[in-house]
Design a protein around this ligand. Structure first.
Ligand SMILES: Cc1cc2nc3c(=O)[nH]c(=O)nc-3n(C[C@H](O)[C@H](O)[C@H](O)COP(=O)(O)OP(=O)(O)OC[C@H]3O[C@@H](n4cnc5c(N)ncnc54)[C@H](O)[C@@H]3O)c2cc1C
Ligand SMILES: *[C@@H]1O[C@H](CO)[C@@H](O)[C@H](O)[C@H]1NC(C)=O
Ligand SMILES: *[C@@H]1O[C@H](CO)[C@@H](O)[C@H](O)[C@H]1NC(C)=O
Ligand SMILES: *[C@@H]1O[C@H](CO)[C@@H](O)[C@H](O)[C@H]1NC(C)=O
Ligand SMILES: *[C@@H]1O[C@H](CO)[C@@H](O)[C@H](O)[C@H]1NC(C)=O
Ligand SMILES: *[C@@H]1O[C@H](CO)[C@@H](O)[C@H](O)[C@H]1NC(C)=O
Ligand SMILES: *[C@@H]1O[C@H](CO)[C@@H](O)[C@H](O)[C@H]1NC(C)=O
Ligand SMILES: *[C@@H]1O[C@H](CO)[C@@H](O)[C@H](O)[C@H]1NC(C)=O
Ligand SMILES: *[C@@H]1O[C@H](CO)[C@@H](O)[C@H](O)[C@H]1NC(C)=O
Ligand SMILES: *[C@@H]1O[C@H](CO)[C@@H](O)[C@H](O)[C@H]1NC(C)=O
Length: 494
């Protein structure tokens, strides 16, 4: 068995006194948990990160099929003093599903994909190996739906642990707001329920920071009736000058404060323009209300903009809107997805203190000038979390661990290498950092902005405060109670 000598060597090299991959392997075998090790031929494939900026070498990737096997895997890792992380869809922006650093035990949930819809109370129990596209299909087959993001391949584990925003979120909240209970494997290998009546501290913590507290094997969510009508709109402008693009942001802030209905969701999208001092611009979203109200809902914003270069209006069923927004197959078992190589940052702007005219102009100027010169393939999404009638902000701040309930926009700044493959250019980091700084430096020094954990940034200064806000002390105290050895440890965790 040539692999034994390699694994023994690995355990020596990794230093920690009592850390043996050989014993881990024996423990997993004893519990019938299949796993992939560095000497296996498929190790290099199953350890590929979605973000190819990261190359990570976990000690092993376990594939449990039941909560009991998840618990066995956690116990086996803890017995060898290993850091343990869950992997759901593997779409962490910083490869935290592979541990974020070398030498973790990865508990991959892809063999746990049950979705059970319960008509009696319109809940659904979703195992955390599921991807968003498959969940949308399974719920829709029962006439139900859930708020979540647009990409089919994103896993429910990370998505619902840190937030989960989509164009139904102004009506229904974030994905984590729909969680009624969860089954959690703790660091000591016990399987517990968490809800508003059982393990209530844990239930609070997993709705906003779950990866640091345990491995969630399933969530029970409150579903919503799939809307009768769903209209996806996609407007594009090939080139806007700085003044016009600045106005597009300012007037979106004004529009958001008007009496827009909860069934309306939208984002602004910026990317490199065709010439310097210009940007390409898009306005995309969906309307789930009565179709006869669509035109009058969007008209007040559209009339603040020049005539669009492209217009695509896609009316239809709810599941059609999910499919149009995904722009890829919803069934992830029958399709493949391309990886990317990128650096992402985020900024959540406070509703009570919208971006100033100076901040908007500096931001747009940066996108139009530095953005034209950049050797990256970049985009910026200005996502509407708040505005009037938003269910996200109707949730009291302290009722879940999610750190911000006063957000107007969550802005995602995303720059890929020019061919979306490694290596990632050093200039990509400075370009993105400078773009965020263009806003911060032109905002009040006490501006109460935040950052979004699902757009994870491993290079963020002041990350604890920006990601966890006022909830950090309570999260630390719950962490000390349920994971005193910091078994669930990775960059930007609690
Ligand atoms: C193409 C793309 C599109 C996206 N679109 C959106 C969007 O529209 N809206 C939005 O809000 N976000 C969006 N995101 C961000 C996405 O929500 C996060 O990247 C999310 O964390 C990915 O979850 P995952 O399970 O796929 O990732 P993973 O890498 O598997 O996990 C992410 C983190 O969660 C932990 N984790 C995973 N499963 C569990 C579990 N069961 N229990 C405890 N911890 C767990 C992991 O250890 C890791 O720390 C998008 C990301 C990508 C790549
Ligand atoms: C890895 O390869 C082994 C040996 O061929 C196989 O048994 C196992 O199912 C594979 N695992 C994964 C996750 O691909
Ligand atoms: C993990 O180890 C590999 C070499 O095996 C290295 O290329 C990579 O940079 C390491 N990753 C981290 C995050 O340290
Ligand atoms: C929903 O109903 C199921 C039984 O069908 C029950 O087990 C579950 O606790 C109920 N959930 C809630 C949130 O009431
Ligand atoms: C996806 O497609 C596969 C293969 O056709 C099928 O077995 C599965 O049920 C589909 N999943 C969903 C959620 O529809
Ligand atoms: C939509 O609005 C129109 C006009 O107000 C009304 O006639 C129609 O019944 C509404 N449809 C639904 C499904 O509510
Ligand atoms: C909305 O306006 C467009 C023209 O901008 C028109 O083609 C469409 O019929 C209108 N839809 C409704 C439901 O009024
Ligand atoms: C920030 O400071 C200004 C005065 O400089 C004050 O009016 C405002 O209330 C402060 N905002 C916050 C959130 O503390
Ligand atoms: C970090 O956040 C804290 C709390 O919001 C703030 O007081 C401090 O100024 C921030 N530091 C930096 C370097 O931004
Ligand atoms: C496991 O940890 C939990 C949370 O700290 C605790 O309540 C429970 O008693 C522990 N179980 C065992 C078997 O140690």
């Amino acid at each position: 068995m040539p692999c034994i000598s390699f694994l023994t060597l690995a355990s020596v090299l990794l230093g920690t006194a009592a850390q043996s991959v050989t014993v881990l392997q024996q423990d997993l075998l004893a519990s019938s948990v299949s796993a992939v090790y560095p000497t296996d031929a498929n190790y290099s494939t199953v350890t590929l990160a979605y973000n190819r900026r990261f190359t990570l070498d976990p000690l092993a990737i376990a594939y449990p099929t039941t909560p009991q096997q998840v618990a066995a895997a956690v116990r086996a890792g803890v017995a060898q003093n290993m850091e343990v992380v869950a992997r759901s869809g593997g779409h962490s922006y910083i490869a935290n599903g592979l541990g974020g650093v070398n030498g973790s035990l990865v508990v991959d949930l892809s063999q746990m994909k049950a979705v059970t819809v319960r008509p009696s109370n319109n809940t659904a129990v979703i195992e955390t190996g599921n991807r968003l596209g498959d969940i949308a299909l399974a719920l829709n087959a029962a006439g139900r739906a859930l708020p979540h993001g647009t990409c089919s391949y994103v896993g429910i584990g990370g998505h619902s642990g840190y937030g989960g925003f989509g164009f139904t979120s102004r009506a229904w909240g974030l994905t984590l707001d729909t969680i009624k209970s969860a089954t959690v494997v703790l660091a000591n290998g016990t399987i517990v329920a968490a809800s508003s009546t059982v393990n209530t501290d844990l239930f609070w913590a997993i709705r906003g920071a779950s990866p640091s507290f345990g491995i969630i094997t399933s969530i029970e969510v409150q579903t919503f009736p799939a809307p009768q009508s769903a209209i996806v709109f996609q407007y594009g402008w090939e080139s806007l000058d700085i003044a016009t693009a600045s106005n597009a942001i300012a007037s979106f802030q004004t529009f958001a404060a008007s009496n827009i209905p909860p069934e309306f969701g939208a984002e602004l999208v910026f990317s490199a323009g065709p010439s310097s001092s210009h940007v390409a611009f898009g306005w995309t979203g969906a309307f789930y209300g009565n179709a006869s109200d669509f035109n009058s809902t969007i008209a007040p914003y559209l009339k603040t903009l020049p005539a669009p270069s492209t217009t695509t209006i896609s009316p239809g069923s709810y599941i059609n809107s999910v499919s149009v927004l995904a722009g890829e197959a919803l069934n992830t078992s029958t399709a493949v997805e391309s990886p990317d190589t990128f650096y992402t940052k985020s900024l959540m702007t406070p509703s009570g203190s919208p971006m100033s005219a100076a901040a908007i102009e500096a931001f747009v100027t940066y996108m139009a000038v530095q953005g034209f010169q950049s050797n990256t393939a970049w985009f910026v999404e200005v996502e509407l979390y708040g505005g009037s009638n938003s269910a996200i902000n109707a949730v009291p701040l302290d009722s879940t661990a999610f750190a911000k309930r006063d957000t107007l926009f969550t802005i995602q700044f995303y720059a890929s290498s020019s061919d979306h493959a490694p290596p990632y250019p050093a200039a990509g980091f400075t370009f993105m950092d400078g773009m965020v700084a263009s806003i911060i430096e032109n905002s009040p020094s006490n501006w109460s902005y935040g950052a979004y954990l699902n757009y994870a940034d491993n290079m963020l200064a002041n990350a604890t405060s920006l990601y966890y806000g006022s909830h950090y002390p309570r999260l630390q105290s719950i962490k000390a109670a349920v994971d005193p050895q910091d078994t669930f440890r990775f960059p930007i965790g609690v």
